[in-house]
Design a protein around this ligand. Sequence first.
Ligand SMILES: [Zn+2]
Length: 76
Amino acid sequence: MLNVSINDVVRLKKPHPCGSTDWTVVRIGADIGLRCNGCERRILIPRRTLEKRLKTFVSRAQADPDSTSSSAHVDA
Ligand SMILES: [Zn+2]
């Protein structure tokens, strides 16, 4: 299971039309919300699709993602 958190920055295999391959995670759920770091456009993609397209993590919001993954609560 892909372990992804709000504010993680992910790099996808296929670049966005704007040329950027890096996205910031802005929403977690059945679908994952991503904001393009190049043009700020937001998309929602199924978690499974993100797993397929994910190339690598650019940065992680949490230093230790395995410790308290269920306690994260963000009021935007
Ligand atoms: Zn873009």
